[in-house]
Design a binder for this molecule. Structure first.
Ligand code: NAG
Ligand code: NAG
Ligand code: NAG
Ligand code: NAG
Ligand code: NAG
Ligand code: NAG
Ligand code: NAG
Length: 475
C-alpha cells in the first residue's frame, strides 16, 4: 500500500515537474531578464572558508556596522543601476561589496568612493557541475555570499544582506528589523513575491533575491562550505534565490517573513501600493527599471532620489499610512508619509483604506487571485476615487522639532463631487501640508493618528500627525 502510494506520488511529481519545467523556463525568461554575461574571468581561485573566532560581545544592539552587504550586479547594467545603489549606500558606514562578472571598463575608473567597493566574483566555470547547470549565470550570483564570506573582513559581522544593484534599502529600518533577531542563531529573513504566480512557480516560502534577504552570521558560516554541493544537488534550478532557499531548507532553516521587504513583481504605477504600505517599517524596494517612476514628472533615478530625501529625515514614518477625517466636509484623508496624500469625498474606514488601490498590473497574468494582498479596484465612483497628491518638499521647522512635508496635487480629478454625504468637492485643494514629530521615531508596528486643520475655501489643507488615543477608532 505504502509503496504503491509512494510510486504513484513519485509519478505525479514527475508529471508535475514535466509540466512545470518548461513553464518555469518560460516564466524565468519573462520574469528575469538576466542582464549579465557569463563570468569571463578564467582564474579559478581556491575557496578558503575562514571560520569565525569572534570575541565580540553579543549584548550591544545591532547597528549598521554589523551588516555586510553582498550586492550583485554586472558591468553591463551598472551605468543605469548605479544611481539606485548610491541613493542609499553610506560611504564609510555601510560595509560590503558589489560583486560583478567582469572587471570594470576604463570609463568606470577610478571606482568612486560613493559606490560600494567593487569585487570580481570568483570563477564558477571550472566547477565540475558547471556544464550541467540549467542557468550557469546564476551560479556566480548564488556564490556571491560565499565569495563575500571568503574575502574575510568579517570582524563584528552579524548579518550578510544579499540584494541586486537595483534594490533600494532603507538602512535605519533594516537595522531596526534585524535587531529583533538573535544573530547568533540561524536566521533567514526575507519576503516572498507580491505575485501569486511567482510564488506558485518558485516557492511561497522563499526569500526573493532582488527584494533583499538577510542571513545571520552563524548561518552563513554553515552554508558557505556547502554551496558547491548545493549546486550539485540542484543543477536544474534557474535562479540563485531559489537555489539558496533550497540549500537552506536542506539545512532545516525556514524563512522568517518581513513584510517591509519588497520584490516589486509588479508593473506600471505602483503608487497604490506605496500609498497603503503594510503596517511595518519599509525596508526595501526593487525593480525600478521595470515600473513607472514612483513620482510624477520625474525620471526613475530622480524619483528614487526624491523618496530618499524623506528617508534621510524619518525612515520610521516613511510610507506609513495615517488616516483621519475632515468631518465638516465628510472627507477622508490618507497620508503615506514622505510619499503621497489621498483625499476622498466620503467617510471610509481604515479597514478599507488600508487595502492598496490597484493602480499597478501583475508582472505576469495568471488566474486570479493575482496578488498576495487584498486590493481595491479603481472605479469611476466619485465617492471612492481619491484626489491624489505627491510629496513635493520636506523640511524641518521650529528648531528642528517638527518635520513639514508638503504634497502637491498630481492633476485635477475631473469628476463630479461625491453626492452621498453632502456634495462637498475637494477640487480646490492644491496642497496638503503634513506636520510630524522630528525628535521621536514612530514605534514600529504602531500607527499614528492625525487631525485635519482645514478652513473651508482654503486651497491648502494642514494635517498634524499625533499619537493615537487609547482605543481610538479610525472610521
Ligand atoms: C579561537 O581562538 C582561540 C584563541 O584565541 C583558540 O584557542 C581557538 O582554537 C580558536 N577557535 C577556532 C574555532 O578557531
Ligand atoms: C555598533 O556596535 C559596535 C559594537 O559591536 C560599537 O563598537 C559601535 O560603536 C557601534 N556603532 C554605531 C554606529 O553605533
Ligand atoms: C571616508 O573616510 C576617509 C578616511 O577615513 C575620508 O578621507 C573620506 O572623506 C570619507 N568619505 C566620506 C564620503 O565621508
Ligand atoms: C533624469 O533626470 C536628470 C535631471 O534632469 C538627468 O540628469 C538624468 O540624466 C535623467 N536620467 C535619465 C535616465 O534620463
Ligand atoms: C456626512 O454624511 C452623513 C451620512 O452620510 C450625513 O448624515 C451628514 O449630514 C453629512 N455631514 C455633512 C456636514 O454634510
Ligand atoms: C453639487 O455641487 C456643485 C458645485 O460644487 C453644484 O454645481 C451641483 O449642482 C451640486 N449638486 C447637487 C445635487 O447639489
Ligand atoms: C514629539 O513627541 C514627544 C514624545 O511623545 C513629545 O514629548 C514632544 O513634545 C513631541 N514634539 C512635538 C514637536 O510635538
Amino acid at each position: 500500500m505504502k509503496h504503491r502510494f509512494r510510486s504513484r506520488s513519485f509519478f505525479a511529481l514527475g508529471k508535475l515537474l514535466a509540466i512545470l519545467g518548461p513553464l518555469l523556463l518560460i516564466f524565468y525568461t519573462f520574469l528575469y531578464n538576466p542582464p549579465c554575461n557569463e563570468p569571463s574571468s578564467d582564474m579559478l581561485s581556491p575557496i578558503v572558508v575562514k571560520l569565525s573566532n569572534s570575541t565580540e560581545t553579543v549584548n550591544y544592539p545591532t547597528n549598521i556596522s554589523h551588516i555586510k552587504f553582498v550586492l550583485v550586479g554586472c558591468t553591463k547594467t551598472w551605468l543605469t543601476r548605479r544611481p539606485y545603489t548610491e541613493a542609499w549606500w553610506r560611504p564609510n558606514q555601510t560595509r560590503g561589496n558589489i560583486f560583478m562578472d567582469s572587471p570594470p571598463p576604463k570609463e568606470f575608473l577610478p571606482w568612486p568612493k560613493t559606490s560600494p567597493p567593487f569585487q570580481l566574483n570568483t570563477d564558477a566555470t571550472k566547477l565540475p557541475v558547471y556544464p550541467k547547470l540549467a542557468n550557469p549565470i546564476e551560479a556566480r550570483i548564488f556564490r556571491s555570499v560565499l565569495d563575500s564570506f571568503s574575502l574575510g573582513d568579517n570582524q563584528g559581522v552579524r548579518w550578510f544582506v544579499m540584494a541586486d544593484d537595483d534594490t533600494v534599502f532603507f538602512i535605519d529600518n533594516l537595522v531596526q528589523v534585524l535587531a529583533k533577531y538573535d544573530h547568533t542563531k540561524q536566521y533567514y529573513v526575507g519576503m516572498h513575491s507580491e505575485s501569486v504566480i511567482s510564488n506558485f512557480l518558485f516557492a511561497f516560502d522563499m526569500a526573493y533575491g532582488g527584494a533583499g534577504y538577510a542571513l545571520s552570521y552563524s548561518l552563513v558560516e554553515q552554508l558557505a562550505p556547502l554551496m558547491n554541493d548545493c549546486l550539485e544537488r540542484y543543477p536544474f534550478m534557474h535562479t540563485s534565490d531559489h537555489l539558496t532557499s533550497s540549500c537552506l531548507f536542506d539545512l532545516g532553516v525556514a524563512l522568517t517573513l518581513e513584510r517591509g521587504i519588497h520584490q516589486i513583481d509588479l508593473l506600471g504605477d505602483i503608487s497604490g501600493m506605496i500609498s497603503a504600505h503594510p503596517q511595518v517599517p519599509i525596508v526595501t524596494l526593487h525593480h525600478f527599471d521595470n515600473i513607472d517612476p514612483i513620482f510624477p514628472n520625474r525620471n526613475r533615478t530622480e524619483a528614487v532620489k526624491h523618496l530618499m530625501k524623506a528617508a534621510e529625515i524619518d525612515q520610521s514614518r516613511l510610507a506609513q499610512q495615517t488616516i483621519c477625517y475632515e468631518k465638516p466636509m465628510n472627507w477622508s484623508v490618507s497620508v503615506s508619509w514622505g510619499y503621497s496624500v489621498h483625499i476622498y469625498e466620503s467617510i471610509i474606514p481604515r479597514s478599507i483604506l488600508k487595502k492598496p488601490l490597484e493602480t499597478f498590473k501583475p508582472w505576469k497574468n495568471g488566474p486570479p487571485p493575482l496578488y498576495m494582498f487584498n486590493t481595491r479596484l479603481l472605479t469611476n465612483d466619485p465617492c471612492h476615487t481619491p484626489h491624489v497628491f505627491f510629496m513635493e518638499h520636506i523640511r524641518k521647522l521650529q528648531g528642528n522639532s517638527v518635520v513639514l512635508t508638503t504634497y502637491r496635487r498630481k492633476a485635477p480629478r475631473r469628476q463630479q463631487p461625491c453626492f452621498v454625504p453632502g456634495n462637498y468637492s475637494a477640487d480646490n485643494i492644491l496642497r496638503v501640508r503634513v506636520f510630524s514629530n522630528a525628535t521621536v521615531r514612530k514605534e514600529a508596528g504602531k500607527i499614528d493618528c492625525c487631525n485635519v486643520l482645514h478652513m473651508a475655501g482654503m486651497n491648502v489643507m494642514n494635517i498634524k500627525l499625533r499619537n493615537c488615543r487609547k482605543g481610538e477608532v479610525i472610521a
